[in-house]
Design a protein around this ligand. Structure first.
Ligand code: GLU
Length: 441
């Protein structure tokens, strides 16, 4: 008999189509595999080539017993997936979220492999996660969860093997605890084991805003290609964490008009424009955008998902996976989508958007600015010499613009959407590295 809580395959498919309320039921990893297959088929990869680079090489799950402030012990689940290390050590963030699952982390690690390859940094793909609602933890509990996670996974991590970084609900402070845990264990200072650290202990200038900054460099090139003016373009941003808030701020500085923003507590739209600095201050004070509609001229949407359907020039999903699905893609009105989140569109949504000729800057290119500056941070840590923000931004701009140009050129040559083009470029690079290295034993 079927367990009532476990949906059947058919139900899962249906829920997948329903999208928003069932994002946890759509397999991000299946979606990632569909994206891979599309490009691999065009490249006519052999079965053996696919076998080596498609699936993750290592999936680790650990239990993390943590003492809570009231003296009780709670056991959390921690995950780390190393997808591919042909081009260099595994690289990718650690996410703290109640919906973290093996399926999700496998997808995110897969995207990291191809993200690093598309921007040409010498690293492979990894991702980690802890199943936890950080809003329910005190600062002390958060630190103990973070340190226990790193300690349990310590054999995987290292500057030449696997280098974590921030992701959803993790930040420079958590990276500092990670780095300290590793360094204390090793009995030496090892800043290069983690990126996204605070500046004071080996972080890089420009890292905090790097993901959003990289997106802006891509968006500028996309608008240029489409002959649309960025100055005066209207924008809706889903998600107001590190990436979403910097996306809104930097686009505002580029002359865009931010029409709507959202976070877990609601979506807010303005007839004129959203004051991004005010929104940032609101979050600094209240920890969330809740109550932001008390600001003059700002209205709260009854259904936050409707933000994705607003008639704007540029849509920025900067939250979680599977937000634009077969269910709501038809209603998307923006001609350009810049994916700051990983995996925000399902393959069904991709198909619909392709027919509607929506120009999508795919996640593995669009949000690669974060890992690019992570790479620059790692290089600086290993040299023990630190560059200015100006130098970092110069490198980031060049790397993002070169990568955008390469992907666009590939899209035009193969007559495929930008996502498939990004996979064509990156799969070729990973395949080549895997073949040059051959098999050990
Ligand atoms: N978590 C970010 C991403 O998804 C950054 C990863 C990194 O810097 O290693 O790209």
């Amino acid at each position: 008999m079927l367990d009532k809580k476990e949906p059947s395959k058919k139900q899962k498919r249906k829920r997948g189509r329903l999208g928003k309320h069932f994002t946890d039921k759509v397999s991000a990893f299946d979606n990632a595999m569909t994206q891979f297959d599309r490009a691999a088929n065009i490249l006519k990869l052999t079965k053996s080539q696919v076998a080596v680079i498609k699936e993750p090489r290592r999936v680790t799950e650990v239990k993390l017993p943590v003492r809570m402030d009231d003296g009780s012990i709670e056991v959390f689940t921690g995950l780390r997936v190393q997808h591919n290390i042909a081009r260099g050590p595994a690289k990718g963030g650690v996410r703290f979220h109640p919906d973290v699952s093996v399926d999700e982390v496998k997808a995110l690690a897969f995207w990291m492999t191809y993200k690093c390859a598309v921007v040409g940094i010498p690293m492979g793909g990894g991702k980690g996660g802890v199943v936890v609602d950080t809003r329910k933890l005190s600062l002390g509990e958060l630190e103990r969860v973070a340190r226990r996670y790193f300690a349990e996974m310590i054999d995987l991590f290292g500057p030449d093997s696997d280098i974590p970084a921030p992701d959803v609900n993790t930040n420079p402070q958590i990276m500092a605890w990670f780095m300290d845990t590793y360094s204390m264990h090793e009995r030496r200072h090892v800043p290069a084991v983690v990126t996204g650290k605070p500046l004071e202990i080996g972080g890089s200038a420009g890292r905090v805003s790097a993901t959003a900054q990289g997106m802006v460099y891509c968006v500028r090139k996309a608008f240029e290609h489409l002959s649309i003016s960025l100055a005066g373009a209207t924008v809706a941003v889903q998600g107001f964490g590190n990436v979403g808030s910097y996306a809104a701020k930097l686009l505002r500085q580029s002359g865009c008009i931010i029409k709507a923003i959202s976070d877990i507590d609601g979506a807010f739209v303005s007839d004129n424009w959203i004051d991004v600095d005010l929104a940032t201050k609101h979050v600094e004070t209240h920890g969330t955008l809740k109550g932001f509609d008390e600001t003059a001229g700002v209205e709260k949407l009854d259904d936050p998902m409707k933000l994705l359907e607003l008639p704007v020039d540029l849509l920025i999903p900067a939250a979680l996976e599977n937000q634009i699905t077969g269910e709501n893609a038809h209603n998307v009105k923006a001609p350009v989508i810049a994916e700051c989140a990983n995996g925000p569109l399902t393959p069904e949504a991709d198909e619909i958007c392709e027919k509607k000729r929506v120009f999508i800057i795919p996640d593995i290119l669009c949000n690669a600015g974060g890992v690019t500056v992570s790479y620059l941070e790692w290089v600086q840590n290993r040299m023990g010499y630190y560059w200015t923000e100006e130098r970092i931004l110069d490198d980031l701009k060049r790397m993002m613009e070169d990568s955008f140009a390469k992907v666009l050129q590939t899209a035009l040559a193969y007559e495929v959407p930008m996502r498939t083009a990004a996979f064509i470029v990156s799969i070729e690079r990973v395949t080549e590295a895997a073949e040059l290295r051959g098999l050990y034993a």
